[in-house]
Design a protein around this ligand. Structure first.
Ligand SMILES: [Zn+2]
Ligand SMILES: [Zn+2]
Ligand SMILES: [Zn+2]
Length: 264
């Protein structure tokens, strides 16, 4: 792309062309929070230690270690949950220079302790208090019915039992929802552009430049990964360093030299 933009004058007249291509250059990916799981993280590292040392291709929002209650005491597990701002789950992350694969996090299925239905909690429940034992309209604590009837499937088990086929189906649905990628690349590019350079964290370097760079969000990573730009920068610096003339080093001079190296 860069080379095609010569001569520099054309730069300013190619809005149309670039406008058309900008869609590709700045994949307007919709940023979402994605939580992944990392296993076998040394247990002596606190959440803060991990947060400070973790590096990956996205912004880390939070780090939380899974804990387990052992003899009434919370003990740390080797597994941590990391929430990123990204468009898709990352392949790996680095903690204290070690590389860890990132796995998909499937949150446990929520079952309401009030109405005993799924995917909401009792705090926000609008249903009535039902009995997890006999399926009557009372709390299981007040239950005096001997026969066990599941409110969700009418089977002979408690409504909270993992044997319940309805519960098993809900667990399966939840798993599928998290395992299946819900957004294809095509879907991502059709979302309108966002004026936020962080909106495309996983892109490979793109060799497109817009007409008015001041108006276009740029991605520092893209620039650093773009060999054309880096080579031109280095070349310009060397040229400036070797220049024996007494001309003052002004913004304009630097720009001119840089431009001559970017657009030969
Ligand atoms: Zn409920
Ligand atoms: Zn009951
Ligand atoms: Zn059941």
């Amino acid at each position: 792309m860069f080379r095609k933009l010569a001569p520099a004058n054309n730069f300013l007249t190619m809005t149309h062309f670039l406008g058309k291509h900008k869609l590709k250059a700045f994949v307007p990916a919709h940023l979402t929070e994605i939580t992944g799981v990392i296993r076998y993280v040394p247990k002596d590292l606190s959440n803060e230690d991990i947060y400070k040392s973790i590096t990956c291709d996205a912004e880390v929002i939070s780090v939380k270690r899974f804990m387990r209650k052992v003899d009434g005491k919370l003990t740390p597990l080797g597994t941590i949950a990391v929430t990123f701002t990204a468009t898709a789950l990352l392949q790996h992350a680095y903690i204290q220079m070690f590389r860890y694969p990132v796995h998909i996090y499937i949150p446990p299925l929520l079952q309401c302790y009030k109405c005993l239905k799924f995917n909401h909690s009792a705090k926000v429940c609008r249903g009535s208090q039902m009995c997890s034992s006999c399926s009557g309209q009372h709390s299981y604590k007040e239950c005096d019915v001997e026969k066990i009837v599941c409110i969700n499937c009418q089977g002979g088990h408690l409504a909270i039992s993992r044997d319940c086929p309805v519960k098993q189906q809900k667990m399966e649905e939840k798993k599928n929802k998290y395992l299946k990628p819900n957004r294809s690349y095509a879907a991502v590019v059709s979302i309108p552009a966002m004026p936020d350079p962080r909106a495309f964290p996983n892109l490979k370097p793109v060799k497109t430049i817009d007409t008015d760079i001041n108006k276009v969000p740029y991605n520092a990573e893209q620039i650093l990964n773009n060999e054309l730009i880096i080579n031109a920068l280095v070349k310009s610096l060397v040229m400036l360093g070797n220049d024996k003339s007494s001309a003052p080093i002004t913004n304009k001079r630097i720009k001119d030299i840089l431009l001559s190296n970017l657009i030969p």
